[in-house]
Design a protein around this ligand. Structure first.
Ligand code: GRF
Length: 194
């Protein structure tokens, strides 16, 4: 299976995904693309020998469709079977999502369906939750709402700040996403609980 990964920043999840696709893994990375040409993850991907592309959304002010059309060029050229959004911070239109629906995954730093959107850790702490975590789900046109493929849970500890909780969750993201991708690429069903 050919996997394209979309990032917006450091790409720590992308790195773990790329590093996991070796040996008898059913998938291989064919592209890492970003909406930010300065994304540090692009150099990290190139360092691992993965082709990269960047399309700046800032070149398409108030023109989401134009940005997506430009992004589709390198994306379709890579002939991906699976797309992984990994720290990708742009909202995709329904039209874009529908082109890949059923084979586009995303990782979100909360135990969905709780806390879709931003600032998930501050919201979980403010709510007094005992647990937080990350979710890998299939992408549908509604934000952070598709079928869940896997979740990882962590405790929220006394004195946690959004930063300390984010670090604890991110470590679990790095375990969860590669395992969910491997199972998804192998055609396995079920929800992975870590
Ligand atoms: C992190 O907040 C992570 O929880 C979320 O995206 C952000 C950046 O991740 N998935 P990455 O290091 O770019 O993968």
């Amino acid at each position: 299976k050919r996997v394209a990964i979309l990032i917006s920043g450091g790409g720590s999840n992308m790195l773990r995904l790329v590093e996991s696709m070796t040996g008898d893994h059913p998938a291989r990375p064919v592209l890492v693309a970003s909406n930010d040409p300065q994304a540090a993850g692009l150099a990290r991907a190139a360092g691992l020998g993965v082709p990269t592309a960047a399309v700046s959304h800032r070149d398409f002010p108030r023109d989401r469709a134009g940005f997506e059309a430009a992004l589709l060029e390198p994306l379709l050229a890579a002939r991906p079977d699976i797309i992984c959004l990994a720290g990708f911070m742009r909202i995709l239109t329904a039209g874009f999502v529908r082109r890949f629906e059923g084979r586009m995954l995303n990782i979100h730093p909360s135990l969905l369906p709780k806390y879709p959107g931003l600032d998930t850790h501050a919201r979980a702490i403010a709510a007094g939750d005992a647990q937080a975590g990350a979710t890998v789900h299939l992408v549908t046109p509604e934000l952070d709402s598709g079928p869940i493929l896997g979740q990882a849970r962590v405790p929220i500890l006394p004195g946690d700040t959004p930063e300390t909780l984010a670090a604890r969750v991110l470590a679990q993201e790095h375990r969860l996403y590669p395992e969910v991708l491997r199972r998804f690429a192998a055609g396995e069903n079920g929800v992975l609980e870590l």
